[in-house]
Design a binder for this molecule. Structure first.
Ligand code: ASP
Length: 327
């Protein structure tokens, strides 16, 4: 019996075209049109197209990400594999949300395009075809959601967009892709040692902002932000360090709402037992701030939003981030 693939479209550049050469792109293509534009796709499997959303991905809300997760999980229970087409701008956030919200064996593979279908060198059809091959690959099962861009395969919980316009825009620094697609063959050479913990989406208020600190950070900016959010993620220098003067105010803030801190370096993780000076990570943890461990600020924000939406208190937020640190 033919294998079954479900393609879910959510918008993004892969589904956009310009009305005229001088005009910018807007959303024109649904899932059916995307499938028709990818030559050879229909030879791989019996394909079903479903439209879930149609937005540029910067407009996605947490509820939209949860809706994509539900649609993907449902589709994964019905089919051998699922492809989600998505704008690349916030693809890493939805990918991470899916890795926290879904638990299915059938592969869920996110992909997108850096060039619109009407632009020279459009990459959408090739990305969709490669993503479909991965979604139908036996070896890709039970690895958690994956991202396929430019013939590379990434774990959803490690990937990030790391270039603003090149077709080769995704990376998982410092670990790299777990495989690739070549001549239609899927090669997976690495598997994640552990998948992130599961979190539920709920109905609670989940406004979370990211604030990046640098030399001479002043805590008033964090205090001002705290008046309009339910939780805060600080993206901090090094392994999670902030100006000594700011530490007491951040500690007081952490008694009122969850304050998570991540490393702004783009790799590694927050430390927990190396620097005890005022504003060092030992001091911040003692004051009640929660280390994000290996999560960067964007991923920490997704996790904190989901936890708060589900009514998590500070202790549950801390326990969940401790699990991220342990895996
Ligand atoms: N603006 C687009 C988006 O929806 C960019 C893209 O898809 O590459 O994210």
């Amino acid at each position: 019996m033919a294998r079954r693939l479900i393609v879910l479209s959510t918008g993004g550049t892969i589904a956009m075209a310009a009305a005229a050469p001088e005009a910018g792109g807007d959303l024109r293509f649904n899932a059916h049109a995307l499938i028709e534009a990818a030559p050879g796709l229909d030879a791989l499997a019996r394909i079903e197209a479903r439209d879930v959303l149609a937005k540029p991905s910067a407009s996605f809300t947490l509820a939209d990400q949860a809706k994509i997760a539900r649609a993907a999980e449902e589709a994964a229970r019905e089919a051998d594999g699922v492809v989600v087409t998505h704008g690349t701008d916030t693809l890493e956030e939805t990918a991470f949300a899916l890795s926290l919200l879904t638990r299915v064996d059938a592969p869920i593979v996110l992909t997108g395009a850096m060039r619109r279908p009407d632009q020279p060198g459009a990459d959408g059809p090739a990305n969709l075809l490669a993503a479909a091959r991965v979604a139908l690959c036996e070896q890709a099962r039970a690895l958690g959601p994956l991202v396929v861009m430019d013939d590379e395969i990434f774990c959803a919980h490690l990937v990030r967009k790391s270039h603003s316009f090149r077709p080769h825009a995704f990376s998982a620094h410092p670990f790299g892709p777990i495989g690739h697609v070549a001549e239609g063959r899927v090669r997976i050479v690495l598997k994640p040692a552990a998948l992130p913990p599961q979190i539920s989406f709920g109905a609670g208020s989940a406004r979370v902002a990211i604030l990046e600190a640098g030399a001479g950070f002043c805590a008033e900016t964090a205090l001002a932000l705290a008046t309009v959010v339910d939780g805060l993620v600080l993206s901090l220098p090094g392994a999670g360090h902030v100006a000594a003067d700011a530490a007491p105010a951040l500690g007081e803030l952490a008694q009122r709402l969850p304050v998570v801190f991540a490393t702004r370096t783009g790799a590694g993780e927050t430390l927990a037992s190396s620097y005890a000076y005022a504003g060092g990570e030992i001091d911040l943890i003692a004051r009640g701030l929660i280390p994000a461990g290996p999560l960067d600020a964007r991923k920490a924000r997704v996790a904190l939003q989901l936890l708060l939406s589900d009514g998590a208190d500070r202790a549950r937020v801390g326990a969940c981030f401790a699990m991220f640190s342990a895996t």
